[in-house]
Design a binder for this molecule. Structure first.
Ligand SMILES: [Zn+2]
Length: 261
């Protein structure tokens, strides 16, 4: 039976303290109101231990892409969270700032900063807002990255072009197949429809004529307690019920692909 690989990833878009109280309260309807009784506001957007617990249950350790430039905070504030993730076996990637993609030295600086903080080699990249640049992969390759996951054809549809992988300038590129924000905003998908959508996407992946079939899922770390975002454990439950599905992080998938050559 041909395997279907599902690359699980989370972008950490907000600084350590999360958005302001006003920002959250303005979006109160995104959360189940009961949550506000038991969860401090600054924990609503902070979900590392919850993700670790969920993923451990399904025997997978995903990739977290961290920024090094936050609008209202210092990336070093995440040192304990990052250490816990690394010690637990999760992968850390760089969530490059859109202002850096045009300049290889800026990307290099961000990579160095994150490598210093994680005390490990960073192999994977994803640009914040999936902002892109024609020469992105060339620059990443010169900086010793191994893979990228910043491409996506549309905001409002799930296409087979956004499945699988490409090799661009020596960089393995995993287009983003499914993203929480696009599903729930641009595509207006309700929670009840999410599992059928995953099922349908998996079925199209099964039709791919690729040496390695891949679906890349981006689930932002801050959405786990939100309506829509809270479906993440159900998604993993569904995927793990499929005999042909292998859930993995970016570097595990890269190693699988490299073994083919
Ligand atoms: Zn982002």
């Amino acid at each position: 039976m041909k395997k279907q690989y599902v690359f699980l990833s989370h972008d950490v878009d907000w600084s350590f303290n999360g958005p302001t109280k006003e920002h959250i309260l303005k979006r109160k309807d995104r959360f189940d109101t009961k949550l506000f009784d038991k969860t401090p506001l600054n924990k609503l957007y902070h979900n590392f231990s919850e993700y670790m617990e969920i993923e451990e249950k399904f025997n997978v350790k995903s990739t977290f892409f961290f920024r090094t430039m936050y609008e209202d905070g210092n990336y070093m504030d995440y040192d304990r969270d990052i250490k816990n993730l690394i010690d637990g076996g999760w992968e850390i990637g760089l969530h490059t700032d859109p202002s850096s993609v045009v300049d290889i030295n800026k990307i290099k600086q961000e990579k160095n900063n994150l490598e210093k903080l994680t005390n490990s080699k960073i192999s994977g990249n994803r640009v914040h807002y999936l902002s892109n640049d024609d020469q992105l992969q060339k620059k990443l390759s010169e900086l010793d990255f191994v893979y990228d996951s910043s491409n996506r054809k549309t905001k409002d549809s799930i296409l087979s072009e956004d499945m699988g992988y490409d090799i661009i300038d020596n960089i393995i590129e995993f287009p983003v197949t499914l993203m929480d924000a696009y599903l729930f905003t641009h595509m207006g998908i309700s929670e009840e429809k999410i599992i059928p959508i995953i099922k349908k996407t998996l079925n199209s992946s099964r039709q791919l004529n690729s040496d390695v079939n891949v679906i890349t899922i981006l689930w932002h770390d801050n959405v786990l307690k939100m309506k829509g975002g809270r479906m993440y454990p159900k998604i993993l439950e569904f995927l793990s019920s499929q005999d042909d599905v292998v859930m993995c992080n970016g570097i595990e998938l890269v190693n699988k692909i490299k073994n083919l050559f």
